[in-house]
Design a binder for this molecule. Sequence first.
Ligand code: ATP
Ligand code: MG
Length: 138
Amino acid sequence: MSNRTFTMIKPDATSKGYTGAILDQIIKAGYSVKAMKWIKLSEEQAGLFYDIHRERPFFGELVQFMSSGPIVAAILEKDNAVADFRTLIGATNPAQAAEGTIRKNFAASIGENAVHGSDSDENAAIEGDFFFSKLERF
Ligand code: ATP
Ligand code: MG
């Protein structure tokens, strides 16, 4: 379990045509794809995914944004997958993200920040289960 994480390429990045470049950076960093889908969330589904943030002031904005266009959801495998992926994507706010990180390269703002990465092994499993059945992962 500790060698898997979950990601989404968010609607800002898919709409700007960054999907291929972001996937390329992820794969070049050593991740292999265990499940993947191109999908558009409803507001309700986006709210359920980010339920932990329901009381935060940006929750409404987050749900609107995450349901505004298609996303790519994926389960990724590599040694130390969760922590290394957080390093690969960079800080939540792209203005504070390190040089060469996915958010530095492709994100515009703290809200529209190109990618999601799970923050723990437990959440990686929960988030993967949110999107993928057993038949859809390999
Ligand atoms: P993610 O969970 O998407 O990988 P993260 O773990 O870096 O991002 P969280 O604190 O979990 O950051 O916030 C979830 C998402 O909510 C952020 O990625 C961003 O899209 C949005 N968000 C967080 N803080 C703000 C904010 N201050 N204003 C607007 N949107 C925000
Ligand atoms: Mg988070």
